[in-house]
Write a protein that binds this ligand. Structure first.
Ligand SMILES: Cc1cc2nc3c(=O)[nH]c(=O)nc-3n(C[C@H](O)[C@H](O)[C@H](O)COP(=O)(O)O)c2cc1C
Length: 159
């Protein structure tokens, strides 16, 4: 079974988890990036993010050169923005057909994951969405142990 990690990361936390998973699962990897980068202070982005999430905003993304028909398993990683996945992940899911794929979502957050995994399931209704991995951070400090992440990766390996 061929797998790929598709992730968005604003501050680097989700990127570091995506890289950890890649090293341990031997999967391909692809980063989602917005055409217009987020700028301003962290608080500015938190405020802008709230407006975007509330409005269901879907930012334009840089083109992704991935043929998803080559993959059976897709791991989707996003930071939690206002209790759901980030707008960039929303764009990706809206514009990419992942029907028939097995999806493993993971989300980094500061402790308030909200309805993120429910929203992944809703956005991927024609896919087989598996139990997600919640990775907690305190700013840039990872609170969820690598061992716990490894356990989740093991379930994918057995798939
Ligand atoms: C716009 C915005 C909204 C956020 N909303 C939440 C939230 O609802 N719940 C939470 O636990 N953390 C929230 N956070 C914190 C991030 O989820 C957390 O720092 C995450 O690990 C950042 O990942 P990244 O470094 O890959 O961007 C928010 C951060 C930003 C910038």
């Amino acid at each position: 079974m061929k797998s790929i990690i598709v992730y968005y990361s604003y501050g680097g936390n989700t990127r570091s988890i995506a890289e950890f998973i890649r090293e341990n699962l031997n999967a391909d990897i692809c980063e989602i990036q917005t055409v217009i980068p987020y700028t301003g202070s962290y608080n500015d982005i938190v405020t802008q993010g709230r407006q975007e999430v509330d409005n269901g905003f879907m930012p334009d993304l840089k083109p992704i050169a991935v043929d998803f028909s080559q993959y059976d398993i897709i791991l989707l990683g996003s930071p939690v923005w206002w209790y759901t996945f980030a707008p960039a992940m929303n764009s990706f899911l809206h514009h990419t057909d992942l029907s028939g794929k097995t999806i493993y979502p993971f989300a980094t957050n500061g402790g308030w994951i909200g309805h993120t995994f429910k929203d992944f399931a809703k956005a991927c209704q024609n896919s087989n969405v598996k139990t997600g991995l919640n990775v907690r951070f305190n700013e840039a400090n990872q609170l969820t142990s690598n061992k716990e992440i490894q356990k989740w990766i093991d379930t994918i390996r057995k798939d």
